[in-house]
Design a protein around this ligand. Structure first.
Ligand code: TTP
Ligand code: MG
Ligand code: MG
Length: 441
């Protein structure tokens, strides 16, 4: 594995190869000394930058080409459907002028030989999720922007990966190509604004770097529309005031811009200078995943409470698996007949997403609370969320737990195939649903 290779001695000016990932010794070479690839990446700040934006190339079209290799070299348009517009077009069709949001008849005028496929959203959502999970294996700081793109903050991950963020990202792009069968473009910079700009720079299969040193000069040459939030209408306003280039904004004072354009003026001032302090926020900011049930009548007996706990654990587990996350702490919540809330937590040795581990941990907590108290509500959840690649390691010391984990994997497969009701576990079998299941954030 490449993680085991060391890239420590790597002159950023000489860079590395995006295909074989090997460091390059010759800063002037045009091809990789090891594999001959021309895709060399060099930049003076290469090993210092850690804010990335990744966007899939011609996303819907790429997925369809993957599934229909005979279309690989043909112009392909995804669209039609109800609104009769282009969702996206492959890069071959783009050469002919086809663009997203174009009416389909116009697109076909520009490229009559194009193959048209209706969007299959379900499929794209699954592929998008697969790519996102792979991102989450690189850093917990993944901020999704849309179905095919996200920001990643890789600061401080060098030790974990044994290589600089730039190489981690190139390896990621290669992994997506090999494992998912589509391509991505990467932008690497010191802030979100320029990372996003960079990812668009040499699409498809791009990898562009914008460092701090060149940010001002780079921005000076760009139109104002590059700035986040400057859409058509606002660009027209600026144009009326004689401003079309970022270079002009760079000479203006903050006060003047704010007086004219309010908070947007403040943004223009800072972004024109490459100043963007927005942080990368992890997905949705969810802190826990839980499920709870309020009973129709108050319950006290373990025999009544335990099956409900089991069913709720399965719900939580299913949500975790769907989101590709796991939780480090299991929380049991009880509400007594007189509305007093009791919460009990236990931190696990490693994050889990398995119903069995959530349930058995919750059971341990519940045992201490079944002292005759009547409860009107029970809930179970996990907190301290983490990407699920570190969850439930297969070398769990408890071999019985390992067996159950494997069995649970098999149950998941069956359920996926035949539906949730096809496989019921001992605890839930035949019990039905006793209350109203509720969802928590
Ligand atoms: P984008 O990332 O904007 O576009 P893209 O991935 O097709 O092409 P590229 O990034 O290489 O420029 O959007 C992602 C998907 O979102 C796209 O494949 C289809 C869908 N989409 C629409 O349905 N309508 C639109 O107007 C746009 C822009 C995108
Ligand atoms: Mg895209
Ligand atoms: Mg996108």
């Amino acid at each position: 594995m490449f993680a085991a290779m060391t890239f420590a001695v790597n002159d950023p000016e000489a860079g590395f190869c995006r295909d074989c990932l090997r460091p390059q010794a010759d800063a002037a070479a045009r091809r990789c000394a090891a594999c001959g690839s021309p895709r060399l990446l060099r930049h003076a700040e290469l090993h210092r930058l850690s804010i990335a934006h990744i966007d899939c190339d011609a996303f819907y079209a790429a997925v369809e080409k993957r599934d229909r290799p005979e279309l690989r070299d043909r112009p392909l348009i995804i669209g039609g459907g109800k609104r009769g517009v282009v969702s996206t077009a492959c890069y071959i069709a783009r050469i002919k002028g086809v663009r997203s949001a174009m009416p389909m008849f116009k697109a076909l005028e520009a490229c009559p030989e194009a193959v048209v496929i209706k969007p299959d959203m379900e499929k794209y959502v699954l592929v998008g999720r697969e790519v996102r999970r792979m991102m989450q294996a690189l850093t917990p700081l993944v901020e999704p922007i849309s179905i095919d793109e996200a920001f990643l903050d890789l600061s401080g991950t060098q030790k974990l990966h044994g290589m600089a963020p730039a190489i981690v990202l190139a390896r990621f792009a290669r992994q997506v190509e090999r494992e998912v069968g589509i391509t991505v473009s990467v932008g690497l910079s010191y802030c979100k604004f320029l990372a996003k700009v960079a990812s668009d720079f040499n699409k498809p299969r791009g990898f562009a770097v914008i460092g701090e040193a060149e940010a001002l000069d780079f921005l000076a040459e760009q139109p104002v529309t590059l700035i986040w939030g400057v859409g058509k209408a606002f660009a027209a306003t600026l144009a009326r005031d004689g401003i079309t280039q970022i270079a002009q904004l760079q000479t203006m004072e903050r006060g003047t811009l704010m007086k004219r354009y309010g908070t947007m003026g403040d943004r223009l001032y800072h972004l024109a200078r490459g100043q963007d302090t927005r942080r990368v926020h992890a997905e949705h900011g969810a802190k826990s995943v839980s499920a709870e049930t309020t009973f129709d009548i108050d319950l006290a007996a373990p025999g009544d409470l335990v099956p409900v706990l089991r069913a709720l654990s399965e719900t939580v587990s299913a949500r975790l698996k769907k989101a590709g996350i796991a939780g480090h702490t299991v929380t049991l919540k009880l509400k007594t007949h007189d509305f007093k809330i009791r919460t009990r937590n236990r931190r696990l040795s490693d994050p889990t997403r398995l119903a069995d581990r959530i349930f058995s941990t919750g059971l341990g907590l519940l045992e201490k609370e079944t002292d005759g108290t009547r409860y009107r509500l029970i809930g179970i959840g996990v907190a301290d969320l983490a990407p699920d690649d570190r969850a439930d390691p297969s070398d769990l010391v408890d071999t019985a737990a390992r067996k159950r984990a494997l069995a649970e994997g098999a149950v998941d497969v069956l359920r996926e195939k035949f539906g949730k009701k096809a496989v019921e576990t001992g605890y839930t079998f035949g019990k039905g649903n006793r209350g109203r299941p509720q969802r928590e954030g």
